[in-house]
Design a protein around this ligand. Structure first.
Ligand code: ADE
Length: 392
């Protein structure tokens, strides 16, 4: 991945030579170049700012040096076009979701403004040639974009494959699925009279997983109740009352298409039943499976279904786990999966589900939930089956 940073304070970006980012640069995984905006001024004083039109306090960054600097960076791209990120308190919030999106870009340019900001025409002009995102680190004002760019480069770069030594640690983190991280402990077992929670030294991995999930919920409720809103306020606990009926078929069919477009892309195939099936088949599915829907202010936003396997009375099949794309990443899917597992009848020994072989996100989530991939082709072409043992 290539990252260019434009700033009037190149020294501010010196930490990008340290630690994991510095190492990744050394290994050729990241090509980070920091440029001094003043190199693109034309006057003796190397002026980059001027008074604002319309009056008001402070100074505004002049468009000419920015235009010349961006042109120069882009001209060295061999025909490639970067995505421009402009840090600013008036931008869209920087989230883990956006970090992931940016990590998938081959080339990012950060334009660090100072003073009251950059002349708006710089953004307008750049937007005719490249994708531009104004991005805010949070609801507070920094002195310039440099600290924000540092934070964003770090959050993005660590998602670039190979930058982190242990990719597993990406999976268990705060914000990855909308919940904060569980508390962690290391040796010694007792420190200043404080003991490590006994479950963590019990060796019971299922109990540890459950404890950690509970801690994540508790911590999120205490520190970030806004994040819990979606999974709690939607009434996941009360889903039993939301068993789908034939009247839900049309909305289910629509949600299903919206949700499986990403699967089609991940698996490079449009031949996926959830994408192509008719309304009649959706309705038929409601008869063959027990389907639950989640409604938020009347809107059908998530669903899952389960049934006893027609081939094995001890296997509970879970399917069509879906959350509206705009509500994904908040733990609703995980809560629904827990719910569907809990709906398995007594005597169930195996939980079963199926997903596209190329559906990396789903596979990661299901593995985290304790499922293992079965060898060979799944029930449908291009898919894999996954199972998890359940104590009867
Ligand atoms: N520049 C100044 N304040 C900022 C903020 N909150 N986020 C990103 N860039 C900024």
């Amino acid at each position: 991945m290539r990252i260019d940073v434009l700033t009037i304070f190149p020294d501010y970006l010196a930490p990008l030579g340290l630690s994991l980012i510095g190492k990744a640069r050394g290994r050729g995984l990241l090509d980070v170049r920091v440029h001094d905006l003043r190199e693109h001024t034309t006057d003796a004083h190397r002026t980059v700012d001027d008074t604002p039109y319309g009056g008001g306090p402070g100074m505004v960054m002049k468009p000419e040096p920015w235009g010349a600097a961006l042109d120069a960076v882009v001209a060295r791209g061999g025909g490639a076009v970067p995505r421009l990120v402009v840090p600013g308190p008036g931008g869209m919030p920087f989230t883990q979701l956006l970090a992931r999106e940016l990590a998938a870009e081959p080339w990012l340019v950060f334009a660090c403004g100072r003073y009251e900001g950059i002349d708006e025409r710089v953004i307008e002009d750049a937007a005719t040639r490249m994708r531009v995102s104004v991005v805010s680190l949070g609801d507070y004002v920094l002195n310039g974009g440099e600290v924000a760019a540092l934070a964003m480069v770090e959050a993005v770069a660590r998602l670039v494959p190979g930058v982190l030594g242990n990719a597993e640690s990406l999976v268990e983190e705060s914000h990855v699925d909308g919940l904060l991280e569980y508390p962690v402990y290391t040796k010694p077992p007792v420190w200043r009279g404080l003991e490590v929670p006994p479950v963590l030294v019990s060796g019971n991995h299922a109990a540890i997983r459950e404890w950690r999930h509970g801690q994540r919920l508790r911590r999120t409720a205490a520190r970030r109740p806004d994040l819990l809103h979606a999974s709690e306020a939607l009434g996941i606990e009360g889903l039993g009352t939301l068993v789908a009926t034939a009247g839900d078929a049309a909305e289910l069919g629509t949600l299903q298409r919206a949700c499986w477009v990403s699967e089609a892309m991940a698996n490079d195939s449009l031949d996926i039943p959830s994408l192509t099936e008719s309304m009649e088949t959706v309705r038929q599915g409601l008869g063959e499976w027990r389907t639950w829907v989640v409604r938020d202010s009347g809107r059908l936003v998530a669903s899952v279904r389960g049934r006893v396997s027609p081939d094995d009375p001890q296997t509970w099949e879970i399917g069509r786990l879906m959350v509206a794309p705009d509500l994904q990443g908040r733990g609703i899917g995980r809560a629904l999966l827990d719910f569907a597992e809990g709906a398995a009848p007594e005597g169930t020994t195996t939980l079963w589900l199926n997903t596209g072989r190329g559906s990396a996100d789903n596979l990661r989530r299901y593995k985290r939930a304790g499922y293992r991939i079965l060898a060979g082709e799944g029930r449908y072409p291009g898919t894999v089956d996954l199972t998890k043992r359940r104590r009867p």
